[in-house]
Design a binder for this molecule. Structure first.
Ligand SMILES: [Mg+2]
Length: 227
């Protein structure tokens, strides 16, 4: 194993239980509008949302198109004429207040912070991620939070990591390890940037033939066995 010193840790579905945060936030907003908010409806939204973020990761759409597109499609599905961007804004406000952590996340971050320099690297929305990392205590355990919206590039682009490395002031890529749950943003990002990766496969997703992580664990806490 290389002598890592800098850990670039993803936020959603790595440190935060994003699906739990998302479900709670969307449920609450839909209820407020008097729209259906059962599990099936919430899952339908989640699936549509994921599709838009993946298209964004592949560089096929701009970030603003995620927000309009996902709610336009979802509201059409449930036959609602609510204004998509209005519900999107309410959803962001609600999501900012949800900071459900993965089990043992704070303990693991504090363990890592004693041995490494730890940074959060996330594709999330700036205002939302800043509030959630502050409220949850995550911000106290890491040195800095790099949010794609502020940087102008997103994972998995090499430019995103170029910015982060320059800002940290260490350009030796062998000293870095990228940690995250997503093959298409975190692990592919590492491959694009020439940085080793640790895949936190919390949801038991199938491995990929093309996008291969350096290490794999099945929970955020269990990476303490490696690092
Ligand atoms: Mg993630």
């Amino acid at each position: 194993m290389r002598e890592y010193k800098y850990l670039l840790v993803d936020a959603d579905d790595t440190v935060f239980d994003f699906l739990a945060c998302e479900a709670a936030a969307i449920k609450s907003v839909l209820a407020r509008y008097g729209l259906p908010h059962d599990t099936k409806t919430v899952n339908a939204y989640s699936k549509i949302n994921l599709k838009y973020w993946k298209a964004f990761e592949r560089g096929e759409i701009k970030r603003e198109s995620i927000f309009l597109g996902r709610f336009k499609e979802f509201l059409a599905l449930i036959n609602s004429d609510v204004e998509p961007m209005k519900i999107n804004d309410d959803y962001f406000a609600e999501l900012s207040n949800r900071a459900v952590l993965m089990p043992g996340a704070l303990q693991t971050l504090s363990y890592l912070a004693k041995k490494y320099r730890v940074f959060i690297t996330t594709n999330g929305v700036s205002a939302t991620q800043i509030k959630r990392t502050n409220d949850s205590g995550v911000a106290d355990l890491v040195e800095k939070i790099y949010i794609s919206e502020d940087i102008g590039f997103q994972k998995p682009s090499a430019e995103y990591f170029d910015f982060v490395l320059k800002d940290i002031g260490q350009l030796d890529r062998s000293r870095y390890l990228i940690i995250g749950d997503s093959l298409t943003s975190d692990i592919l990002g590492g491959i694009n940037a020439g940085i080793d990766t640790l895949w936190v496969n919390v949801r038991g997703n199938p491995a990929s033939d093309d996008i291969k992580p350096t290490f794999t664990v099945n929970s955020f806490t269990s990476l303490q066995k490696i690092l």
